[in-house]
Design a protein around this ligand. Structure first.
Ligand SMILES: NC(=O)c1ccc[n+]([C@@H]2O[C@H](COP(=O)([O-])OP(=O)(O)OC[C@H]3O[C@@H](n4cnc5c(N)ncnc54)[C@H](O)[C@@H]3O)[C@@H](O)[C@H]2O)c1
Ligand SMILES: O=C(O)[C@H](O)COP(=O)(O)O
Length: 409
């Protein structure tokens, strides 16, 4: 096991939002025992107080790691989003600070796709309103407005990991799948790419959204887009709450333009299970409302815990940044018989030369060297003899443009 410049028990790991126990197990197995664990997200003030001393932070979709919070996180080395979305973290600012952000890009894909598939069947059959009525003592036995999914057209907007998996599952039900994506995508199964979102919306019996939160997807489905949808069709959103104009959706449900909807994500979501959920969609029986649980299955959470904690532990142990979403990616094996120096710097010409010159002047022998850059930052990893490592670290720290350094024995 690698010996650190900082003892592992001094490395503080802050875990928020009840990330799965599998994450704690991975950290402990890797020798990290200094773990502060919270079941819920923290408000900004409490978050700042806890993150001040943290070297690593793990969160899900509720915690906002904005510039104000990150500016206070003076010891922060790495961030783990124990989910797919990373929009809750100011990625550019974290990059400027030299802090890589990791996530779990696939671990809950299947869970979301399965939930959406179930909702498609339920909504085509008008089950949500029949269920609600039965709970109130009513009995709505009728085939009116009730359809099979077989033969219907599913329109997927955002044909990435979830969109493709949903498409495959829907085809097994006999649905026709069409999709719209800003990129040209390889169609899986018999899915067909449609190059205009408007056209897709006008062709689909059910539209399901699987795009990330970006400036372009903000309110991408509003009154005008809903107007293109077929009379009596269905809208599903399990992507991000900012993608749909919720008031426009509520009007379309009330006017019966849409026969139903399933919404898992909202523009404003309660901070914890103890807070009240407010939405213009409350009380509309033909709308399935779920509390952002698309990825909340035991299987997904356990896998996410293992995947993201593993990436953080690896970055801490050996500097590997593979799959970081905001950082140069360097894949590194565990170092042996040498010390490893990590140098994160502003991406300016000549920095590597300066490091090499400084090492040459001090007679520091370089056993291995890796460099990757983004437009903003460069990440150099060097291996040197352990008895020259402290001197090498001092030399690196003195290079102009240095953001941060780390030494791993
Ligand atoms: N409800 C949940 O619990 C839950 C769980 C997992 C993921 N999510 C959300 O679902 C989103 C999608 O997940 P994924 O794993 O499929 O992501 P992904 O990155 O694999 O796929 C996203 C797709 O959207 C496309 N896209 C981006 N901008 C677009 C635009 N303006 N118009 C059309 N297409 C666009 C991309 O090209 C890509 O193909 C995530 O970003 C996350 O926010 C929600
Ligand atoms: O981005 C994601 O993976 C989902 O939105 C799930 O987020 P959660 O971990 O907060 O459930």
């Amino acid at each position: 096991m690698a010996k650190h410049s900082l003892d592992k028990d001094k490395i503080k790991i802050l875990l928020l939002e009840g990330v799965h126990q599998s994450a704690v197990d991975v950290f402990k197995r890797a020798g990290y025992s200094n773990i502060e664990y919270h079941k819920a997200s923290l408000g900004e003030e409490a978050l700042i107080a806890s993150i001040k001393e943290a070297h690593f932070v793990g969160l899900r979709s509720r915690t906002q790691l904005n510039e104000t919070v990150l500016s206070q996180a003076e010891k922060l080395v790495g961030i783990g989003c124990f989910c797919i979305g990373t929009n809750q973290v100011d990625l550019d600012f974290a990059e400027k600070l030299g802090v890589p952000v990791f996530n779990a890009p696939f671990s809950n894909t299947r869970s979301v796709a399965e939930l959406v598939l179930g909702e498609i069947i339920m909504l085509f059959r008008g089950i949500p309103q029949r269920n609600a009525m039965a709970h109130r003592g009513g009995w709505l036995k009728s085939a009116q407005g009730s359809f099979e999914a077989r033969g219907k057209t599913l329109g997927v907007i955002g044909y990435g990991h979830i969109g493709t998996q949903l498409g495959i599952l829907a085809e097994t039900l006999g649905m026709r799948v069409i999709f719209f994506d800003i990129e040209d995508k390889l169609s899986l199964g018999n899915a067909q790419q449609i190059h205009s979102m408007q056209e897709l919306m006008s062709l689909a019996d059910v539209v399901s959204l699987h795009v990330p939160e970006t400036p372009q997807t903000q309110n991408m489905i509003g009154e005008a887009e809903i107007a293109y949808m077929k009379q009596g069709s269905i809208l599903i959103n399990a992507s991000r709450g900012t993608v749909v104009d919720i008031d426009a959706l509520a009007s379309a449900i009330r006017s019966e333009k849409l026969a139903g909807a399933a919404i898992d994500v909202f523009p404003v979501e309660p901070k914890s299970n103890n807070d009240e959920f407010f939405s213009p969609l409350r009380g509309l029986d033909n709308v399935i409302l779920t509390p952002h649980v698309g990825g909340s299955t035991q299987e997904a959470q356990e896998n996410i815990g293992i995947e993201v904690a593993g990436k953080l532990a690896k970055y801490s142990d050996n500097g590997s940044t593979m799959t970081a979403v905001n950082f140069p990616e360097v894949s590194l094996a565990q170092h042996k018989n040498a010390s490893r120096l990590l140098h994160i710097h502003h991406n300016r010409p000549g920095i590597l030369i300066k490091i090499n010159q400084a090492f040459a002047e001090k007679g520091i022998n370089i056993a291995a060297q890796y460099l990757q850059t983004t437009a903003e930052i460069g990440y150099v990893v060097m291996e040197v003899d352990s008895d020259q490592a402290e001197e090498a670290l001092e030399q690196m720290k003195a290079i102009e443009g240095t953001i941060r350094t780390r030494l791993l024995h």
